[in-house]
Design a protein around this ligand. Structure first.
Ligand code: WQD
Length: 344
């Protein structure tokens, strides 16, 4: 059975392609490499033994996308990752974010309708909850006013999907990610941000490997036990497996309704300092960091109530924080071609 993975050479996309192939699915990737490289398709083949078909074009181009779907009417499902996702950049370039993220989605939905391709898994985010009023946060929590254009594109995308499904035979599952970190156990694929990392864990590993001078911890005056902000970090392989469960759920017609939404988190919140301590434990290194001012737009604390995903979707995160950080560190060392002897 053939599955389209848009953004399949990206961080979460590439890990999901590996898990799909592991389950016996045939995978077609569409990517424009705006935040990834074509060599990732070869690295996927190094892991799974099968190189996914790769078509390189921009899904925001309506004609190219319509043509792709006409040529791939036998798709059984689509997992849609392809989107811009840097919170800070979206504040500086809102129109680029709205156009890219929303037009791509609409082109995909049109292609599905026109070619009777029924099943969509959509990459959403816990950002839609903003700072939840109560924790842990479940799928029933209210959607809050988006803190960034990036977060708003996720909210609007869910609404576009909901309205399109209402008027069609399509099904969809939106997966609201918490904070994906870590890398594949082979260290062949991992998180590879272009330029200076926005996210915490790649900044930690790039600091430790000597690429960055030191990590800036954005604020230690939050209302949390150690003053630093709390997030629900989830291993990217656990996240990838959830996508296989979701697309299989739709193909096997096991859904309870046309549009289902699931939180993908561990249910455990860790602070920035917790993550740093975990890194120092697994690496044996002392991380160079300094406390600086808060980053604009950051929320204080969020972690998932994973019960609905565990009980209804039938998926549960398995890996702990040390494993997430350890695989991220092993990937960084493998990618930079050197290992750092532990300094302790
Ligand atoms: C985590 C914590 C920072 C960097 C965002 C998006 C989310 C998803 C993941 C795309 C925060 C602190 C970070 C640094 C730091 N994006 N931090 N120094 O902001 O929780 O989530 O990225 O899918 O949708 O909202 O992730 O990794 O940027 O930050 O102290 O150099 O680490 O303040 O508390 P975030 P993050």
């Amino acid at each position: 059975m053939k599955i389209l993975v848009t953004g399949g050479t990206g961080y979460i996309g590439s890990h999901t392609v590996v898990e799909l192939q592991h389950k016996g699915y045939e995978v077609v990737i569409v990517d424009n490499h705006s935040n990834s490289s074509a060599e990732i398709a070869d690295k996927i083949a190094d892991i799974s033994g099968t190189k996914p078909t790769l078509e390189i074009f921009d899904l925001a181009d309506q004609a190219l996308t319509a043509d792709f779907f006409k040529r791939n009417k036998d798709l059984k499902g689509i997992i849609h990752f392809a989107a811009y996702k840097a919170v800070g950049e979206s504040v500086a370039e809102p129109l680029m974010y709205y156009r890219n993220n929303l037009v791509s989605l609409m082109n995909i939905l049109e292609g599905m309708k026109e070619n009777n391709i029924p099943n969509l898994v959509f990459s959403s985010s816990c950002t839609v909850y903003g700072q939840p009023d109560e924790l842990p946060v479940s799928e029933k929590a209210p959607i809050k006013f988006a803190e960034s254009p990036y977060g708003n594109t996720k909210q609007i995308s869910e609404e576009i999907i909901r309205d399109t499904l209402h008027a069609s035979e399509l099904n969809a599952i939106a997966l609201r990610y918490f904070n994906p970190i870590g890398a594949h156990d082979s260290s062949i694929i991992g998180e590879l941000p272009l330029g200076i990392p926005n996210n915490l864990v790649p900044f930690i590993t790039q600091t430790a490997i000597g690429l960055r001078e030191s990590l800036s911890v954005f604020g230690d005056d939050y209302e949390t036990p150690d003053g630093t902000a709390i997030r629900d970090y989830i291993h990217v392989v656990d996240l990838a497996k959830a996508h296989v469960v979701a697309v299989s759920r739709m193909i096997d017609s096991n859904m309870n309704q046309k549009f289902e939404i699931f939180n993908l988190g561990t249910g455990i919140g860790y602070s920035v300092l917790d993550v740093i301590k975990s890194f120092e434990k697994v690496s044996g290194l002392k991380l160079n960091y300094k406390i600086v001012d808060r980053r604009e737009g950051d929320i204080t604390k969020v972690w998932a109530n994973p019960d609905f995903s565990n009980e209804v979707l039938g998926w549960k995160a398995e890996r702990d924080l040390d494993n997430m950080v350890d695989t991220a560190w092993k990937w960084e060392q493998a990618y930079r071609g050197k290992t750092i002897a532990s300094s302790h």
